[in-house]
Design a protein around this ligand. Structure first.
Ligand code: AMP
Length: 464
């Protein structure tokens, strides 16, 4: 795959009464940390001051590493946005950290983006054509520059955002801060999540509802696909809407990516995962002594499987939570060591048992291969693998990081061959149809399983 593929989380807060919101931005980012562990940042302004300025602190690292008590104390304001970012190209680039802050005709414009734009070439060419000397390939920067350019001929910043959003193809959940406004935009397919909340008179926008809970805020509603929400001193307005008949909510949010306690587009992530586990048992039953899940990603689906089958759920692994996600390790041998460092088997739970092992997905196959070996070494008699999503076969162009096609094991091998490689007794996946059932009536994007990219495909990506 070419380009940097990102997974991110965004948050935006506006307290028109003037309350300092920095600590709430921090809490929000902490609770969105699962969406990106590579870098993070906060940009904040005080709308009460005559001379408006934006203070921005951003760096590589976890939220708790980048923001100490001292750095947080140096920031204050009543309007701000924040971002957590994760990319897997291997290069951690400080310049790519967000929020972006740039000067435009009305002062400073700040922006944070979750998702991935597929028509970056077009967007860049347009900027070059109109006279801007422009070399960036970063989609978020291209969006910010288009808004700044459009602002000159627009009556408001939200109109400039609307004109820009009409040109964007792909996935985006954006939070934008102009000197006195907070604007949130969700792509017309509704690929990435974005919701709205309130804490007293303070308004909050966040990638996931779990961020609202962490601030003691109440959930108001999801931002609708294609909706542009503007929050000012006067409150919330929603005057611009991008049209799109088809929706394509990312189903991987429910399978893996979102936090278990979030509710996205009316569906509880926990319920979707339990349902996936129940359906897995219904379609692929097996006789076994215990059901277990890969921590944390497979636990809820394993519970669903146990509930439907009546086979007791047990914890077969201890997880060392202080080690980052193994997925990002650059070499295969390091990835295997990563799995072993992160998870260890509880021998007394699995010895002489027939085990059902549930996880949300198989990407390269590293996790499963290692876990099956560990279970068998600890004396498990049989290991039956059940995956609560279909075979992962195609790259995501919309902001969920996946390795290139060549590394996706299901692109190269049938389920039978994968099972041989990872050493299971049986291996079964959930079907795309059943996945749809977990997301109830929602129109979902299943491109990573089907190759049907409803919101467009990256034109310069020919590894697909
Ligand atoms: P692998 O070991 O390469 O087969 O990866 C499978 C594991 O990675 C599973 O336990 C998943 O929960 C997790 N996973 C799946 N997709 C992603 C992703 N986009 N980013 C990080 N981890 C992932």
């Amino acid at each position: 795959m070419s380009g940097v593929h990102e997974e991110c989380g965004v948050v935006g807060i506006y307290a028109p009464q003037g309350e300092d919101i920095v600590r709430f931005l921090y809490y929000g980012l902490l609770s969105l940390q699962h969406r990106g562990q590579e870098a993070c940042g906060i940009a904040v302004t005080d709308t009460g001051r005559d001379e408006l300025d934006v203070n921005c602190i951003k760096d590589l690292g976890l939220v708790s590493e980048v923001f100490s008590k001292e750095t947080l104390a140096a920031l204050n304001g009543n309007l701000g946005i924040g971002h957590v970012r994760y990319s897997t190209t291997g290069e951690s680039v400080r310049e790519n950290t967000q929020p972006l802050v740039l000067n435009y005709c009305k002062g400073k414009l700040s922006l944070a983006h979750n998702g991935n734009i597929v028509n970056t070439d077009e967007l860049r060419e347009e900027l070059i054509r109109t006279g801007a000397i422009f070399h960036t390939t970063m989609d978020s920067e291209l969006i910010a520059f288009h808004i700044a350019k459009n602002r000159v001929h627009s009556k408001s910043v939200e109109e400039a955002v609307y004109k820009t959003a009409k040109k964007l193809k792909g996935a985006y959940g954006l939070v934008i801060m102009s000197p006195k406004k907070l604007i949130a935009v969700r792509d017309p397919f509704g690929i990435r999540p974005l919701c709205l909340g309130r804490r007293g008179k303070t308004y909050i926008v966040a990638s996931e509802s779990c961020a609202l809970n962490s601030m003691g805020a109440e959930f108001i509603r999801d931002i609708e696909p294609g909706e542009i929400v503007t929050i000012t001193e006067e409150g919330i307005t929603s005057n611009y809407k991008l049209k799109q008949e088809t929706k394509a909510h990312c189903v991987f949010e429910y399978i893996y990516f979102a936090r278990l306690d979030s509710v996205i587009d009316g569906i509880k992530v926990y319920d979707a995962r339990i349902k996936a586990g129940e359906l897995l048992y219904k379609r692929h039953p097996v006789d076994a002594d215990i059901v277990t899940g890969v921590p944390e990603s497979g636990i809820a689906a394993a519970k669903g499987f146990a509930k439907a089958s009546g086979i007791p759920f047990d914890l077969a692994f201890h997880k060392n939570s202080y080690i980052g996600r193994t997925f990002i390790k650059p070499s295969q041998s390091e990835r295997s060591i990563g799995v072993q460092m992160k998870l260890s088997v509880l021998e007394e739970v699995v010895k002489d048992k027939r085990v059902v092992l549930v996880d949300d997905s198989i990407v390269r196959g590293t996790t499963m291969e290692n876990l099956v070996k560990m279970l068998k070494k600890a004396g498990a008699k049989e290991v039956h693998i059940r995956i609560s999503s279909p075979p992962f076969m195609y790259p995501c162009y919309y902001g969920v990081d996946v390795p290139s096609n060549k590394e996706l094991i299901a692109t190269r091998k049938s389920a039978e061959k994968i099972n041989e490689t990872i050493g299971g007794d049986t291996l079964e996946y959930l079907s795309v149809e059943d996945l749809q059932e977990t997301a109830k009536g929602l129109m979902i994007c299943t491109a990573c399983f089907t190759g049907e990219y409803k919101a467009g495909q990256k034109s310069n990506d020919n590894e697909g």
